[in-house]
Design a binder for this molecule. Structure first.
Ligand SMILES: *Cc1c(COP(=O)(O)O)cnc(C)c1O
Length: 433
């Protein structure tokens, strides 16, 4: 159920008019519904009923502190992929013991930080990473809890950029290599083998790939058991898809049924890492039409939001529903137009060939923008990143103020003539003269 509804011609998120938020905070603007995230988190965790499980929200989907705080209060765990995300979880009040650490490129510093605060598990993606983690754990005198992320080589049937479970992807350990690595981890004094992990891709709209992946995982779990290696948890990653347009993703209940029925009598704790499913529908991106432009019969609505704010259309050619926040001006007919931003790239579009009765000055809502929206924003074209607002009932709170040019420029430095303030090549080589 979308948190966005139309009353008296005006779009609202929960009880708050979107036009009022745009007026107050300016555009482009991200707005999120707290109740939507709460409902979805509860639906996900309820779907697994009495089977021991933990929902570890994939922080990268939307890492705003207020959203992490909301999820932490609901009891969520977190799936992180960097030291930065770990810090966000901690500052938002998340429990480090509920955190799983994923990602193919964990640095020594990131491992140290995660071991020091005591994360629940490292999802290890290669032999080299396992070796590094063991060395860091030994040096810190802390045993590292590990699970191996295996690559089950199933086709997630999603966009190739968000498919991760095929053998040509960089993610995970080949199934054939897993037993030997598990044996290697099991004999280490500094590694504690806890589980197994997979994540086959994002925006999956069919159950079959999840089930195929689970079957392959269970075969590994059984083989390890025979080898005397018992796992406490099975982490099935994230990836459950949402409706952007006419997709028909399975319900979370159907997803849970498919998994639980496959599991039979096993009592391993299940871990999940949903990102998009929890937050996508909660978010809307607001942008205002600056100009209407006609080029030889093609109509463009040039808006103040761009690919630097919402990259998904440019990056994945993804489709987001776009509509007017208010009612069309008198006499304005719906016409087909491309909704494009001001950034100097032809891929800078939010929607193509949309029928909209919009004029300059009108406010547009880009739906299902709560996941992989703000988190992928950049300063390309020296644009300030958008503000973010969280709404609950009739209350709205600015949870990230709009960036300023001073924020953007603060890290840079002018050089003057001859780079007088710089170091010499000799100094760079460690010579102090
Ligand atoms: C991105 C990611 C997720 C979340 O994926 P969604 O499709 O947003 O649910 C979970 N786990 C890992 C390891 C990821 O990289």
């Amino acid at each position: 159920m979308s948190p966005i509804t139309r009353h008296n011609g005006e779009l609202h998120i929960e009880e708050v008019a979107l036009a009022a938020l745009a007026e107050r905070h300016g555009t482009p603007l991200y707005v999120y519904s707290a109740d939507s995230i709460t409902r979805r988190y509860r639906a996900f965790t309820d779907a697994f009923g009495g089977h021991p499980h933990r929902v570890c929200y994939a922080v990268k989907a939307n890492s705003n502190l207020a959203i992490l705080e909301l999820l932490a209060r609901l009891g969520a765990g977190f799936d992180i992929v960097s030291g930065g995300e770990l810090e966000r979880v901690l500052r938002a009040g998340g429990d480090p013991a509920s955190v799983v650490f994923s990602g193919v490129g964990k640095t020594v510093a990131e491992m140290e930080a995660a071991l020091t605060v005591g994360v629940a598990c490292f999802n290890v993606e290669s032999k080299a990473e396992l070796d590094r983690l063991e060395a860091v754990a030994r040096r810190l005198g802390r045993i590292a809890p590990v699970s191996l992320r295996v690559n089950p080589d199933v086709d997630a049937a999603t966009h190739p950029y968000i498919s991760t479970g095929l053998k040509e992807n960089k993610f995970g350990i080949p199934v054939a290599d897993a037993p030997e690595l598990y044996r290697r981890a099991a004999v280490s004094d500094w590694l504690d083998v806890r589980g197994i992990d997979c994540h086959i891709g994002s925006q999956l709209t069919r159950l079959a790939p999840f089930v195929d992946a689970l079957d392959r995982i269970l075969a590994i779990v059984d083989a390890l058991e025979t080898d005397g290696i018992t796992l406490a948890h099975i982490d099935l990653g994230g990836g459950l898809g949402v409706r952007y347009g006419d997709e028909e993703p399975p319900s979370v209940a159907a997803y849970a049924d498919a998994i639980l029925s496959r599991l039979g009598n096993r009592r391993e704790t299940l871990l999940f890492e949903p990102g998009r499913w929890l937050v996508a529908e909660a978010g809307v991106f607001l942008t205002r039409v600056e100009y209407v432009k006609e080029n030889e019969g093609r109509r463009f609505l040039i808006v103040d939001g761009a690919m630097n704010d919402l990259l998904r259309p440019a990056l994945y050619n993804s489709w987001h529903r776009i509509e007017l926040v208010g009612t069309p001006a008198a006499g304005q007919q719906a016409e087909e137009a491309d909704v494009v931003g001001p950034v100097c790239e032809s891929s800078d579009f939010l929607g193509k060939a949309r029928r909209l009765a919009a004029q300059a000055g009108d406010l547009l809502a880009v739906h299902t923008a709560g996941a992989y929206g703000f988190g992928m924003a950049s300063n390309y074209n020296s644009r300030n990143r958008a503000a973010e607002v969280l709404v609950q009932g009739d209350r709205a709170l600015l949870v990230r103020r709009r960036e300023t040019l001073d924020d953007q420029l603060a890290l840079e430095q002018l050089v003057g003539e001859g780079l007088g303030g710089g170091i010499t090549a000799r100094q760079a080589n460690g010579d102090s003269r």
